[in-house]
Design a protein around this ligand. Structure first.
Ligand code: PLP
Length: 450
């Protein structure tokens, strides 16, 4: 094998000018079908798949030149749209300094700035930041924090997590164990998954009148099982991938009080809801509560690259470090990646210096006025809108193989699942782009009418 021609000059390394040849759309598809897995996919060669060449603002450009209005913000992360000059600049400036350096024993400006900013914008009391590689890993970290905390505080029986039915917290094993047991396919991994406790999801919707009975199952579970429970993990206000359900803030306030009463930690998984998606910077702020541990990810880097963080309060941090182990036992290779931290700083700075609340409110108003009339269609069971989230729940599940190409034909990128057709667009989407998305959603619902 030829050794690459890399010469060292002083502190600089000159590369070989290596360039790859450009692949055609057909070549990309053929190689993809031959070698790659996609998320939650079989090896079905008929599954719809589209090569993308670039993305700008709220548009995704396909290899054949078609431009799709993006209603997904790349799984809810690209809140400022694609190819944003400020975010591009943050990455290119940082890459000229260092793309990565290990975080054990070393630190750097992008990481400390990010930690300081996260502490200042998250609910009061969250003071300590653990940088993780992805949302699921940050949930693993949160679970480990809770277990180490209870152990070091002399509560060895508190080893289980309490979670909600319809929850989704990620795909790694610990995170999966707190996902809905049915839709999370626990039966496939039973031999490895810890058995957690589940309670029915809150029944009072975000916009409904609060009904105290909504708390009965939760109160009963705390009363009967508190000696076993290390932490209660929730997606605040919006249960996302487990059903796109919006619940009442009063439920969160009551959960906070129950956790305090029974010495159970409260973990808020804000991976989907964080950074403005529900109309507040963090969904916990709808209830005015502060969790003991909070996970953020997805929009943290404005969708540029993978990064997440687990924040905790001083009670949890010192509880862990004063205990028997004295250390928190986690430390990924790419922890605190400077490129990811630099773009996260730029993304949060954009939120702090632009009118995102106004943008999210406009999206909410438009989604409400354009989606609410779909309730009259026989194929539609419910329509829900909160912040920059619009959900149409159908009566029957959609056939992805048919529906995705129909949506692409209509010039939009949406990825429905089960009976849920939904949009979480970038906050910078223009009204005339959003109407293309809501019109496509209407067209699909009309096709589904008997
Ligand atoms: N938690 C919530 C609430 C999520 O919505 C997700 C992803 O959709 C995750 C955790 C997992 O994050 P990631 O896909 O970055 O591992």
């Amino acid at each position: 094998m030829a050794t690459p021609d890399v010469r060292v000059r002083g502190p600089f390394i000159t590369g070989t000018g290596y360039r790859m040849n450009v692949l055609s759309g057909e070549q990309i598809l053929a190689l993809d079908r031959k070698h790659l897995w996609h998320p939650y996919a079989s090896l079905d060669p008929q599954a719809p798949l589209y090569p993308v060449t670039s993305a700008h603002g709220c548009e995704i450009v396909l290899n054949d030149g078609r431009r799709l209005v993006d209603g997904m913000a790349s799984w809810w992360s690209a809140i400022h749209g694609y190819n944003h000059p400020d975010l591009n600049r943050a990455v290119t400036e940082q890459i000229g300094k260092m793309a990565h350096v290990m975080f054990g024993g070393l630190t750097h400006e992008p990481a400390v700035r990010l930690a300081e900013t996260l502490v200042s914008i998250t609910p009061a009391g969250l003071e300590r930041v653990f940088l993780a590689d992805s949302g699921s890993v940050s949930v693993e970290v949160a679970i480990k924090m809770a277990l180490q905390y209870q152990l070091s505080r002399g509560n060895p029986t508190k080893t289980r997590l309490l979670s909600l039915r319809h929850a989704y917290h990620g795909d790694t094993l610990g995170a999966m164990s707190v996902c809905d047991p049915v839709t999370g396919m626990h039966h496939l991994f039973r031999s490895l998954l810890p058995e957690q406790l589940f309670v029915e999801a809150p029944s009072t919707g975000f916009h409904q009148e609060w009904d105290e009975r909504c708390l009965n199952a939760l109160k009963d579970t705390f009363y009967r099982h508190h000696n076993e429970i290390a932490a209660f993990i929730v997606e605040p206000i919006v249960q996302g991938a487990g059903g796109m359900r919006f619940y009442h803030p009063e439920y969160l306030r009551a959960a906070r009080a129950l956790c305090d009463e029974y010495n159970v930690l409260l973990i808020a998984d804000e991976i989907a809801t964080g950074f403005g998606r529900t109309g507040r910077m963090f969904a916990s702020q709808h209830a005015g509560i502060s969790p003991d541990i909070m996970c953020v990810g997805k929009a943290l880097t404005g969708g540029y690259m993978t990064l997440a963080a687990t924040l905790c309060n001083n009670k949890v941090a010192s509880g862990i470090c004063d205990g028997e182990a004295g250390l928190f036992m986690h430390g990924p290779t790419f922890m605190g990646n400077p490129l990811a931290c630099a773009v996260a700083n730029a993304s949060i700075n954009l939120l702090q210096t632009t009118k995102w609340q106004h943008d999210v409110q406009s999206i909410e108003r438009q989604l409400t006025s354009e989606l609410a009339p779909l309730r009259d269609l026989s194929s539609v069971k419910d329509v829900r809108v909160l912040g920059a989230i619009g959900v149409v729940e159908l009566r029957e599940p959609v056939d992805m193989k048919k529906v995705v190409p129909q949506l692409v034909e209509l010039g939009v990128w949406l990825r429905p699942f089960g009976r849920l057709l939904y949009t979480m667009p970038p906050y910078v989407i223009r009204a005339e782009q959003l109407i293309r998305i809501t019109s496509a959603m209407r067209a699909l619902c009309e096709k589904h009418c008997a």
